[in-house]
Each structure stands twice: as C-alpha cells, then as structure tokens.
Design a protein. Structure first.
Length: 93
C-alpha cells in the first residue's frame, strides 16, 4: 500500500482522492495479471458505493526485480549460514 491523499481540511469530503500502490510479485506471469485485477476491484467498489465518477488509473512503470522474494530469502539464508561473508576465527570450524 502507498500514500493516500484526499482533501486539505478535516471533516470536509474532498472532490478527489489519490491512492498510490506498489504491486510486487514473484513471477512475471503474476506481475502481468495483477494490475488488471486491481483495476477491476477498484471499479467494482466505486460502482458499489455509488461513486459519482469512474476511477482513473495512471500506471507508472517501475523497476522489475529479476529475482523472486523466495529465491532472495533462500540465497540470503544460505549466505548467512556460511558466516555472512566474515572470516571464521581459529576457534570456529
């Protein structure tokens, strides 16, 4: 989830609101499907709540991470299991 900007005063219903989100995934296939799913859900919620205007979407391309979170954690665990790059002392085996 990201920042939500709506209005400038307390207890006043704003004309607009802006919500920014970051979408992360572990595979390119999921990364391709998620934006459309988010848009579908937001449009349905706006319709269900009787929003006076349709929501607008402005996707901003971001960097893609070539390694999945699971693989990254596995690699970090393996690296930490070897001492995390530090030299072993004479009393360690």
């Amino acid at each position: 989830m990201g920042p939500l900007h709506a209005g400038t005063e307390e207890n006043v219903i704003p004309d607009t609101a802006e919500l920014r989100v970051t979408i992360r995934s572990t595979t390119p296939a999921v990364r391709e499907r998620v934006p459309a799913a988010v848009e579908r859900i937001v449009r349905a919620e706006a319709a269900a709540s009787g929003a006076p205007k349709d929501p607008e979407f402005a996707p901003v391309p971001g960097p893609t991470i070539p390694i999945g979170v699971t693989a990254l954690l596995t690699a970090a665990g393996a690296w930490l299991g070897t001492g995390g790059g530090r030299e072993k002392g004479a009393d360690e085996s």
